[in-house]
Design a protein around this ligand. Structure first.
Ligand code: NAD
Length: 313
């Protein structure tokens, strides 16, 4: 029996072929990624896109809404805070943009589905979904009341499941869309006294990774996912917190963080770490012994970061 006729040998040949193709594709992906680092992709147009942003009543959500409105997108504002959301609506209308405000508690699954249907009928199919709403307990595990721990997971993580189930099907039908999940740098490297918050953000990172697999393996090449991992940004969410070396690693301004997020979304980046140092620290974490990380965390004052937390009043 010749080698081609032998089923075992045919199987080995096809496995070898598969390995070579995989290695080639991995190299191409690496090369493209390296190239894109120096020569970024030109930003996509979002003119006419319907962009839904949760937590649009303040901070990054508001700024993101304004930036997308400036670029000609129709904005759907979702927040539990009526006053804040209406302020965002007014800002957008004042600059000549188009926005629709909805008061929704994203931790309420039925409210998400109900309001999602209302958006579909009154505005249209959402093409860019930005899961941005978030809350923080700001206490150590033993000091955190159970209901606040549950609320953290409901708002920061589970809500993503409901919104994505609500809006992804229409994106897939048209093979056009983008799901953006705002996690955090503490979703990659934990910070003391943020057990629930950090765990929920680790969840968002994992959720986005697998969501991307589900979309890609189902054959959709124009539905994108992005997970965003910013470090401390002065929006008011972490009011009172202090970094040990603010001159070396200063807290980020909301505008600067949002600029990077917009840039990443418009170039279909899978993961956006702000600042880039976050990539380095997350790689370091996987290589160093835990005790070494404890020393580094202590040196940079991340052990005491939450001690002065007062939160948004
Ligand atoms: N500020 C930071 O340092 C920082 C760093 C990394 C990641 N993040 C994340 O960025 C996102 C935006 O945070 P921010 O700093 O702009 O905070 P923020 O407090 O200014 O905004 C959060 C918004 O979410 C809304 N919200 C809270 N619970 C809600 C609910 N149940 N339903 C609907 N809306 C709800 C709030 O009303 C608020 O408008 C959050 O997911 C946060 O975890 C923030």
């Amino acid at each position: 029996m010749s080698a081609e006729q032998n089923p075992r040998s045919r199987e080995n040949m096809s496995l070898l072929h598969e390995i070579l193709v995989t290695v080639k594709n991995v190299c191409v992906a690496y090369f493209v990624s390296f190239y894109r680092f120096f020569i970024p992709q030109s930003p996509k147009s979002v003119f006419g896109d319907i962009v839904l942003i949760t937590g649009s009543g303040s901070g990054m959500g508001r700024q993101l809404a304004v930036e997308f409105a400036k670029r000609g997108a129709v904005i759907v504002l979702w927040d539990i805070d009526k006053e804040g959301n209406n302020e965002t609506l007014t800002i957008i209308e004042d600059i000549g943009g188009t926005a629709h405000s909805f008061i929704v508690d994203v931790s309420d699954r039925q409210a998400v589905y109900r309001t999602g249907e209302q958006v579909r009928q009154e505005v249209g199919d959402v093409t860019i979904l930005i899961n941005n709403a978030g809350v923080v307990t700001g206490k150590s595990l033993l000091e955190s009341p159970d209901h606040m721990i549950e609320r953290t997971f409901d708002v920061n993580l589970l809500a993503h499941f409901w919104t994505v189930k609500c809006f992804l099907p229409a994106m897939l039908r048209r093979n056009h869309g983008h799901v953006v999940n705002i996690a955090s740098s503490v979703g990659l490297v934990g910070v003391n006294k943020l057990t629930d918050y950090s765990a929920s953000k680790f969840g968002v990172v994992g959720f986005t990774e697998v969501l991307n697999y589900e979309i890609v393996f189902a054959g959709y090449d124009q539905v994108h996912t992005t997970v965003v991992c910013p470090s401390y940004t002065k929006t008011g969410m972490f009011e009172g917190c202090e970094m040990r070396f603010p001159a070396v690693i200063p807290p980020l301004e909301t505008r600067a963080t949002v600029e990077k997020i917009i840039q990443g979304i418009l170039t279909n980046q899978h993961q956006i770490c702000i600042p880039r140092l976050v990539y380095v620290v997350s790689v370091l974490k996987t290589m160093l012994p835990t005790d070494a990380m404890v020393e580094i965390v202590k040196f940079f004052g991340a052990d005491k970061f939450m001690d002065t937390y007062t939160g948004r009043k």
